[in-house]
Design a protein around this ligand. Structure first.
Ligand code: FAD
Length: 460
């Protein structure tokens, strides 16, 4: 065995997968997982763990995999994470745990994410019970939002014996895991639902179709409904737009709306009535993970898809793996290109997008080279659908309806980093609602820290 090289993992063929919504990566077999685990050096001071926002016992679970002790591996991960099958699939491991793997200095890092995914899938397929709950504390905590931050905070508090209720605005629990990240990266009915069921098994109640700030306010939950503390994990679901002419035309979507119609409302499946109109040629404006997801979804719905991004390939904010998969599947990258106007036909539908070419100048405040317009470079991209993927910010509803809950200039709730405590007593917050759009694992880390802080506060 070449210890420097990873055990290869099977994927669906790009040509086949570009026409379906089945998962791209097929996962390790037991033998492959054990072979990959055997590459781990089991370092005395494991740097991988220091890079994990929920501090999973990585070398410990990998040693169990190496020995074929898959149930023990699952129990090790469950001590720190309620969503391992999710994280094994969507975490940016290359800049976290795997980024610090010693093997990565001269060769390829251990495939920690793929091993985590293997263990979580094995544990699901073998019905391993991972719920261990302490004695009841007799205190009630409300959690707003059922994304990774809310689910983690709720699960940790339920394990400690609190009576926890999650209030979720949508009709299904999971946050971005169900409405944002597509099926071909994160299967909903198997993976996501199962991990939510595990949180419910700990005793967490989930009330869907409750918009906190409208159906009930935070003040009412505390003052009238008898909750002793609240965690706000309401995410950052408000899309940004460019403000260019034509952006209100028919056929212009925010990536959030486009992905929600597909993932949550199942517009891609026959037999579901939610409409989605994807023309023949789609432009996705933006270069992040969300843009890649929107582009690969539009491709699977049968369109020719262009990513339109104003910087060059090395500045693309999306994970390298996502860019690689998008290219393999046939997404076209129009880099150093910036839209200036969306053109419409006489009925108000998109008929093209006027763009200019860009070149990179001096670094800007973000440290990245600033894109500068090339004079006289205007041209029209022949597209009939435009998907704007320019980032999102938190919805202002909760701060606007809660006494004394402060937000910053970016509309994010202000909360202490170590505890999640906000400016309002008994109210904690974490995840995208506090940081702005970030990652699943950072949201989970924030949910965990807040659960510890809420427990300390309520134990006084
Ligand atoms: C398309 C897409 C792809 C992504 N891909 C990745 C990836 O590959 N890897 C990665 O690590 N991260 C990825 N992310 C980012 C990641 O999903 C988020 O950072 C993470 O989900 C944030 O978790 P959260 O719990 O803070 O919020 P969310 O997941 O947004 O959950 C918030 C929940 O709160 C609910 N809510 C909001 N307001 C209210 C209210 N007033 N009352 C009740 N409920 C409310 C929402 O409906 C939602 O269910 C992606 C994001 C998107 C949009």
């Amino acid at each position: 065995m070449d210890r420097m090289k990873r055990t290869p993992i099977s994927e669906q063929d790009p040509k086949v997968r570009a026409t379906n919504f089945e998962e791209v990566c097929l996962g390790y077999t037991e033998e492959e997982a054990m072979a990959e685990a055997a590459r781990c050096l089991n370092c005395k001071k494991p740097l991988c763990v220091t890079q994990c926002p929920v501090t999973i016992g990585i070398p410990e679970f990998i040693q169990h995999v190496k020995n074929g002790e898959f149930e023990e591996a699952a129990k090790t991960i469950a001590k720190s994470s309620a969503l391992p099958a999710v994280c094994g699939r969507v975490c940016p491991q290359e800049v976290q745990c795997e980024g610090k793997c010693v093997l990565g200095i001269k060769g390829e890092a251990v495939a920690i994410g793929k091993l985590e995914r293997f263990v979580a899938d094995w544990s699901r397929e073998h019905n391993i019970d991972l719920s261990a709950v302490e004695d009841k504390k007799g205190k009630k905590v409300a959690v707003v939002g059922s994304g990774p931050a809310g689910l983690t905070c709720a699960g940790d508090l339920a394990k400690k014996g609190y009576d926890v209720t999650i209030f979720e605005a949508l009709h299904e629990a999971g946050g971005v895991l169900v409405y944002g990240i597509p099926e071909f990266r994160l299967p909903k009915d198997t993976v996501v639902k199962h991990e939510i069921e595990n949180v419910k098994k700990l005793g967490v109640k989930i009330e869907t179709n409750v918009i906190v700030g409208r159906t009930v306010t935070i003040d009412q939950l505390l003052e009238e409904e008898g909750f002793d503390a609240i965690f706000v994990g309401s995410g950052a679901g408000l899309p940004k737009f460019m403000g260019i002419p034509g952006e209100n035309a028919n056929g212009v979507f925010s990536a959030n709306e486009f992905l929600t119609r597909n993932n949550l409302m199942k517009a891609f499946k026959e037999g579901y009535s939610t409409p989605i109109r994807v023309g023949n040629k789609v432009a996705v404006v933006g270069g992040g993970n969300v843009a890649m997801d929107a582009a690969r979804t539009a491709l699977r719905l049968g369109a020719e898809v262009h990513i339109v991004y104003r910087r060059s390939e090395s500045e693309l904010p999306a994970r390298v793996e996502e860019v690689h998969h998008a290219k393999e599947e046939g997404v076209i990258f129009d880099l150093l290109t910036n839209p200036v106007e969306i053109l419409t036909d006489e009925k108000g539908w998109v008929s093209g997008m006027k763009c200019v070419r860009m070149e990179l100048g001096e670094p800007d405040a973000s440290g990245r080279r600033k894109p500068v317009e090339v004079e006289g470079s205007e041209f029209t991209l022949d597209v009939d659908t435009v998907i704007m993927s320019l980032g999102t910010s938190p919805n202002p509803l909760i701060p606007a309806t809660t006494k004394g809950l402060e937000i910053n200039k970016r509309k994010c709730i202000i909360a202490e980093e170590e505890t999640g405590l906000t400016s309002r007593e008994k109210v904690y917050a974490g995840g995208d609602a506090v940081t702005g759009a970030a990652t699943v694992i950072l949201a989970m880390g924030a949910g965990k820290k807040a659960a510890t802080a809420i427990d300390e506060f309520l134990s006084k």
